[in-house]
Design a protein around this ligand. Structure first.
Ligand code: FES
Length: 73
């Protein structure tokens, strides 16, 4: 299993990491001002939070809100 994007919008975490580096956006809502992702099922949100926190852009395990809570933003 490889998870490397918001599947609803086909936006890769690599692209979102680039957006974060270019804009300074550091939360899901901030990144959504610059990129189209995360506006349907929102299952990508915890992955994006981990991406911001660790720099990882490819995941091989399930990451949930319990692992990366929104309040940690
Ligand atoms: S996977 Fe990102 S909104 Fe569904």
């Amino acid at each position: 299993m490889t998870i490397d994007r918001c599947f609803c919008f086909a936006t890769t975490f690599t692209d979102l990491a680039d957006v974060a580096a270019e804009t300074g956006a550091a939360t899901v809502p901030e990144l959504q001002r610059h990129a189209l992702f995360g506006r349907k099922c929102q299952l990508c949100h915890p992955y994006v939070r981990r991406m911001v926190r660790t720099g990882e852009t490819v995941f091989h395990e399930v990451v949930t809100d319990a692992d990366e809570p929104a309040t940690a933003q």
